[in-house]
Design a protein around this ligand. Structure first.
Ligand code: F6P
Length: 343
């Protein structure tokens, strides 16, 4: 079998480890041939591909980013887009199937290509936000939490020196897993997430109670957090290629509000793409490698239209159609558990 691999959407530490896991498993167990599509679906639509042999994935598990590049191209658009043209391109290149590594948008597009054109696809879920309900954890999340936790640790030492309030903004468009886990790990005094709108009065109360104990308050806020009554998350940077508002900047709004109400000098740090760069943690390398290997097995089991996922500690295969469309939100009980320690 000849399999085409693509990485699509926002990148994520662990993408290269998936590619390596696939190639090693395929070459060792099945004598599979691989090609990579450059820049996600754009490489499919524009027939831009490159062979990948075992030698190419040497030492790749620890490398951040993706050797294939990524884009937010829609495979149903453009001259070479749509199931018929894509199937013709696959036939021309002798490619039997596509393994698409991506988030909600990528997986939905992959499933549509299967439903509408019978294109043989397998999905591998990718999101640092950990917002896909189909998988207990996605690779990249652990790395992002590790980076955010280190940022909190660093902010706390300088905050203590100056008696300042620090507001750290982390990623998390729809869900607050990165904020929750890094906030708990770093001992944050308040964690603000998209699922749990709060009032500025409540946030101020937490901050003041920390100050009253003689400590420097540390607030973690997810980029998608909304104050009570806000319809949409704060955005002032226009739209991305999927017409979604580019988020980022809520910390810069929040810090002055805290300072004004409490009199505590307050500073904002927006962690941004630092969370998505660099080497994946050991946990993410293992998860990504296992998912990559399982994706190849899924292809040889003819599990077309499905994706590989983590269920507990086991890798499973589920239909993409059943898997996408539901967000993996932070449950109320997990937030309540963390909230006891706020203030
Ligand atoms: O979806 C993952 C994510 O990291 C979000 O948390 C964030 O809003 C978005 O990607 C940023 O995307 P981009 O790299 O296109 O700015």
């Amino acid at each position: 079998m000849k399999i085409g691999i693509l990485t699509s959407g926002g990148d994520c530490p662990g993408l290269n480890a998936v590619i390596r896991g696939m190639v090693l498993k395929g070459v060792i167990s099945y004598d599979t041939e691989f090609v990579g599509f450059r820049n996600g679906w754009r490489g499919v639509v524009e027939e831009d591909l490159m062979p990948i042999v075992r030698h190419d994935v040497r030492g790749l598990a620890k490398q951040g980013g993706t050797i294939l590049g990524s884009s937010r191209t829609n495979p149903f658009e453009g001259e070479g887009g749509g199931p018929e043209k894509i199937q013709a391109m696959l036939d021309r290149n002798g490619i039997d199937a596509i393994v698409a590594i991506g988030g909600e948008g990528t997986l939905t597009a992959a499933r549509r290509l299967y439903d509408e054109g019978g294109i043989k696809v397998i999905g591998v879920p990718k999101t640092i936000d950990n917002d896909l309900a189909a998988t207990d954890y996605s690779f990249g999340f652990d790395t992002a939490v590790q980076i955010a936790t280190e940022a909190i640790d660093r902010l706390r030492t300088t905050a203590d020196s100056h008696g300042r309030c620090m507001v750290l903004e982390v990623m998390g468009r729809h869900v607050g897993w990165i904020a929750l886990h890094s906030g708990m790990a770093g001992g944050a005094h308040a964690i603000l997430i998209p699922e749990q709108p709060q009032t500025i009065e409540q946030i101020t109360e937490w901050v003041e109670s920390v100050r009253d104990r003689g400590r420097a308050p540390l607030v973690v806020v997810a980029e998608g957090f909304k104050f009570e009554g806000m319809e949409e998350a704060h955005s002032h940077k226009g739209l991305d290629a999927f017409n979604r508002p580019r988020l980022g900047g809520i910390a810069e709004l929040l810090a002055p509000m805290i300072e004004e109400r409490t009199g505590i000098e307050s500073r904002a740090t927006v962690l941004g793409h630092i969370q998505r760069g660099g080497e994946p943690t050991a946990f993410d390398r293992v998860l990504a490698t296992r998912l990559g290997m399982a994706a190849v097995d899924a292809a040889y089991n003819d599990a077309w239209g499905s994706m590989v996922t983590l269920r507990g500690t086991s890798i499973a295969t589920v239909s993409i159609a059943d898997a996408v469309g539901t967000l993996n939100q932070v449950p109320q009980a997990r937030y309540d558990e963390a909230k006891i320690l706020f203030g």
